[in-house]
Design a protein around this ligand. Structure first.
Ligand SMILES: N[C@@H](CCC(=O)N[C@@H](CS)C(=O)NCC(=O)O)C(=O)O
Length: 234
């Protein structure tokens, strides 16, 4: 019986154990470098990290995006398009934004246009968005308000007189209580709203003197270093 046990179980096991022993340290060794190179060349292309690219033009909404990129400390390459010469309608740019409008960004595989969407993307990218769905929606609310309600109200002559008090009075009340639109912290919503308030003041010589908290807000926003390095320079 012992002989059978020795022959059937112990002997084969010990052969396996002893045969594997010298191999074990070999398994722990890294593969030779060349093997790694061949492996990665044949199975997957090495991905080169690329810098975010911003396509834009000076007298457009592009500086608003530059302002936020600067606030967040995100480095980027700027590709300037000559809007007057129609470079935004060239096939190279239409492949990025088929609508032929600036600003637009390319970030890795992502091509994104619409200034509001870009601001919200940058906030997400830089982990500036709160965890709570409702709080994230509030930031989107202000960005969309700036683009689709405030900007047309300020820049459309026929709307301005009627719309300005309707929008600026509540804005003035909100800014009486807090330094930024959503409280103590600057968000992408502040960049969008302050940008349009500033642009309308500059381009149309609007004054907001009836709304002192809006004036103080705009003074605070335009005193920021990131603003001075971008929008303020144009
Ligand atoms: N709602 C868009 C507006 C984009 C837009 O109209 N961009 C203008 C410059 S601010 C443009 O590219 N104009 C050139 C053209 O229309 O050919 C956004 O916020 O990005």
């Amino acid at each position: 019986m012992y002989q059978t046990l020795l022959r059937k179980i112990l002997l084969p096991t010990s052969i396996v154990v002893f045969t594997l022993q010298p191999i074990k340290p070999l398994l722990a060794l890294p593969l030779p470098q060349n093997d790694f190179i061949q492996l990665s060349e044949s199975s997957q292309k090495p991905t080169k990290p690329t810098k975010l690219q911003l396509y834009g033009s000076l007298k457009t909404r592009t500086p608003m995006i530059q302002w936020y990129l600067e606030e967040l400390g995100i480095s980027y390459d700027y590709i300037s398009l000559d809007i007057k010469a129609g470079e935004q309608h060239q096939p190279e740019f239409l492949a990025i934004n088929p609508m032929g409008k600036v600003p637009a960004i390319v970030d890795g595989d992502l091509k994104l246009w619409e200034s509001g969407a870009i601001l919200l993307y940058l906030a997400e990218k830089d982990q500036q968005m709160p965890n709570l769905l409702g709080e994230r929606a509030k930031i989107a609310q202000w960005v969309i308000f700036a683009n689709s309600t405030l900007s047309p109200a300020l820049f459309t002559a026929s709307k301005r007189e009627k719309e300005m008090p309707i929008l600026l009075m509540p804005l003035n009340q909100i800014l009486q209580k807090q330094p930024f639109l959503l409280g103590e912290i600057l968000t992408a919503g502040d960049i969008a709203v302050a940008y349009y308030l500033y642009a309308a003041k500059l381009l149309l010589s609007l004054d907001y003197n009836q709304y002192p908290n809006v004036v103080a807000y705009l003074d605070r926003m335009t005193a920021r270093t990131a603003f001075k390095n971008t929008v303020g320079k144009r």
